[in-house]
Design a protein around this ligand. Structure first.
Ligand code: IPE
Ligand code: IPE
Ligand code: MG
Length: 250
């Protein structure tokens, strides 16, 4: 948990962020389809607008000193959607991986993907790896982009990995503890999310970071993701800073 939130803009002494900032924020970027529907536009127009919000909010989180940001972009269940929607999302991912993510260079952001990359086309997979490799040595905020991510899938992979180690004789069943399990997840080595924000007003987790969110604070916001602003982010951070986290204690 970072103390002493920075002032929003250099020289801005009036608007201070809360003193207690989360170290790791997760965002379920939801509501693109409804945003488009409200305007009589195709769903893909909502995804395009949502991608712009992603860019703004990521930059903002980095500017104010968030250390880890995990955004849920595409779930293991989202393949169920109509072919043309999935197709337009893949095209959007491609253009982002080619252009927008290189923008994050100026902000020193480390880009990582969590999820099963093998579900994507070889072209997308190569772009993902390229983005990870070219940003690995930066020392700014870590941005995890959850793509073809499902928490159940992630946990099953961890179980398989642990079983293989036991089978090879490198680990005994008694040695399997929370630390070992966490180290087999995509988020290995990272702190658990302190705060998860879900815009669009849905009160559910939709297979996102089930293990990691054991003691995460949730903030549900009644804004569709394309309408989500830095002020909404401030509001979520403000709500978070007033929560009393007890972790089962008193
Ligand atoms: C989130 O917005 C983006 C993805 C899941 C890829 P939705 O597309 O789920 O938008 P709604 O929930 O239908 O409004
Ligand atoms: C969760 O949103 C996944 C992402 C935002 C990528 P969904 O729209 O897929 O979740 P449900 O279907 O409302 O639970
Ligand atoms: Mg949705």
């Amino acid at each position: 948990m970072a103390l002493f939130g920075k002032s929003k803009k250099p020289g801005d002494t009036t608007s201070q962020l809360p003193q207690i900032l989360p170290e790791h924020v997760g965002i379920i970027m939801d509501g693109n389809g409804r945003w488009a529907k409200k305007r009589g536009l195709p769903r893909k127009a909502g995804h395009r607008e949502g991608a712009k919000t992603f860019r703004t909010i990521t930059r903002y989180c980095s500017d104010i000193g968030i250390r880890y940001l995990t955004v849920y972009a595409f779930s293991t269940e989202n393949w169920k959607r109509p072919e043309d929607e999935v197709g337009s999302l893949m095209r959007l991912f491609k253009s982002y991986l080619e252009e927008a993510l290189s923008d994050f260079k100026d902000d020193d952001i480390v880009v990582r993907f969590i999820g099963d990359k093998s579900g994507f086309s070889p072209e997308l997979q190569a772009l993902m790896t390229e983005n990870e490799e070219s940003s690995a040595d930066r020392d700014g905020m870590v941005l995890n982009i959850a793509m073809n991510y499902g928490s159940r899938d992630e946990m099953l992979r961890a179980v398989r990995g642990i079983c293989a180690e036991v089978q090879q004789g490198n680990l005994s069943p008694e040695q399997i503890d929370e630390k070992v399990f966490s180290a087999h997840l995509y988020t290995a080595g990272q702190p658990d999310p302190d705060l998860i924000i879900r815009p669009s007003g849905e009160y559910r987790i939709s297979n996102f970071m089930l293990w990691q969110a054991a003691y995460t604070e949730f903030v549900i916001m009644n804004k569709l993701w394309p309408d989500f602003t830095t002020d909404d982010m401030d509001e979520a951070l403000q709500i978070y800073s007033q929560r009393n986290r007890r972790y089962g204690g008193v």
